[in-house]
Design a protein around this ligand. Structure first.
Ligand SMILES: Nc1ncnc2c1ncn2[C@@H]1O[C@H](COP(=O)(O)OP(=O)(O)OP(=O)(O)O)[C@@H](O)[C@H]1O
Ligand SMILES: [Mg+2]
Length: 426
């Protein structure tokens, strides 16, 4: 088997491996960029996950085994062994922090070094020892009193400012996740917030341009992101997922958890339908003493709906509190396994009063049939993220040392890359 180190150039091809560590499944995609064609999946695999809860490792040994199985399947399919991965982060500690800074600049017109200095100032302002920065995105530039500047270079003035969006996560959770992946002999090339990856995996250009909200409904956690002007502007999460819906069903219908999971996918809906009262759902017994019993579908619908409606309402209130509601666009895209629940699109339309669609991976060639659903949006997005030039002020894996940002540490390659991005995109 050929071995590659994270990012290699084999001829004119770059190969990447990504890992979506979820609470229901771990997925591994190995892909390459085909110039002029797009991104092709060379091998993909997934495995039911154990030892993970709402994006956090709760059993190191079990989580390690789940990751190993998923990676082995992808490696076998691709015919090569991987040694490094880009991994997603979907913990409930995922947070957005917006910091605005302004610096005086000495030269007459704004130059690269002025951008670097103001970005450095913003990074140095971030002072939360318990959190690590996953993404640092410039949302807006200002020159003196002029706002909404797309590229300040070449402009004249005295003060250069930037609105920075930091996406952060708890250091403890990240350290455990990193340790678990390292135990599988994999180096972490980068860590990406799950809803960011989900957006990359399913959104189309118009949505990125006009503003859009993505809600990834996983097994253990629901994460959300708002994109505006092609940039990630906000993330949040609610630690409620499909598994909570299933356990509500198990409790409400007095049936085992596995049966509840099956009942959810077969008969579950977030929306009432006229003959719900007449349709009786078979509920397997809890133990040997019990017997199979039947419950009307209307009870099931009520259980499912109330949990999902509550999750949507929490997110709606958070968007409102964060002031992102207005620029989040008129559209919501749902990803994750929970997006496959019947009636969920209509319930989201009703709760958010926006157009809603289900997002499935697009723009990656060669995905196996079993991995084209919304639950593989994050894995697909990670591989697209790997191959796109970033609009970020830092790159590479987050600093998990808990120390404050020092400009010298990042100033070389990462800013070089981000400035290159500016040159090519404005
Ligand atoms: N047809 C369906 N109807 C309802 N729910 C479904 C359906 N298919 C899958 N699910 C639910 O989707 C969830 C799994 O989704 P997904 O694979 O996106 O989770 P994950 O990425 O492993 O978890 P997380 O992102 O929370 O860490 C499970 O709770 C499962 O019950
Ligand atoms: Mg997930």
């Amino acid at each position: 088997m050929a071995l590659f180190e994270g990012r290699v150039n084999a001829g004119n091809q770059e190969i990447f491996a990504v890992l979506d560590v979820g609470s229901s499944k771990v997925a591994c995609f190995i892909g390459r960029a085909e110039p002029g064609v797009g991104i092709r999946i060379m091998g993909a695999g997934y495995h039911a996950s154990l030892g993970l809860k709402a994006g956090a490792v709760v059993d190191m040994e079990a989580a390690e085994q789940s990751i190993r199985h998923a990676v082995e399947k992808a490696e076998r399919a691709a015919g090569l062994a991987i040694s490094a991965v880009i991994v997603n982060v979907s913990t409930r500690s995922l947070k957005s922090r917006h910091i605005k800074v302004e610096t005086e600049f000495s030269s007459a017109e704004v130059a690269d070094r002025d951008l670097r200095r103001v970005l450095d100032t913003a990074l140095a302002e971030f002072d939360e020892p318990e959190h690590a920065i996953l993404h640092a995105l410039p949302l807006n530039w200002t020159v003196d009193d002029q706002r909404g500047v797309r590229d300040p270079r070449g402009m004249f003035g005295q003060r250069l400012g930037v609105d920075m969006h930091f996406v952060t996560a708890g250091i403890g959770v990240l350290r455990n996740l990193a340790h678990c992946i390292e135990r599988c002999h994999l180096r972490i090339v980068d860590m990406v917030a799950s809803p960011y990856a989900a957006g990359m995996g399913v959104l189309v250009d118009d949505e990125f341009d006009l503003g859009v909200t993505i809600i990834d409904m996983g097994g253990g956690i629901t994460t959300a992101a708002v994109f505006r002007d092609r940039t990630l502007a906000f993330v949040d999460s609610v630690s409620v997922g499909g598994r909570n819906v299933s356990s509500d069903i198990a409790r409400g219908l007095t049936t085992p958890l596995e049966a509840a999971e099956r009942i959810k996918t077969l008969y579950g809906s977030a929306l009432e339908s006229p003959n719900d009262d007449a349709q009786m759902i078979p509920c397997p017994p809890m133990g040997a003493q019990d017997e199979l019993h039947y419950e009307p579908r209307s009870i099931l619908t009520r259980i499912v709906r109330s949990r999902i409606e509550e999750t949507f309402e929490i997110l709606r209130d958070r968007f409102k509190a964060a002031g992102v509601e207005d620029f989040a666009g008129r559209r919501i895209v749902l990803t994750g396994g929970g997006a496959e629940l019947s009636g969920v699109v209509q319930l989201a339309e009703y709760t958010f009063r926006k157009r809603v669609r289900i997002g499935k991976p697009h723009g990656v060639l060669g995905l196996p049939d079993a991995m084209i659903g919304p639950n593989f949006a994050v894995a697909a997005g990670l591989i697209k993220y790997a191959m796109h030039e970033k609009r970020e002020a830092i790159s590479g894996p987050p600093d998990l040392s808990g120390n404050r940002y020092r400009s010298r540490r990042h100033a070389g390659g990462s800013f070089g890359r981000s400035l290159k991005w500016f040159r090519e995109n404005f």
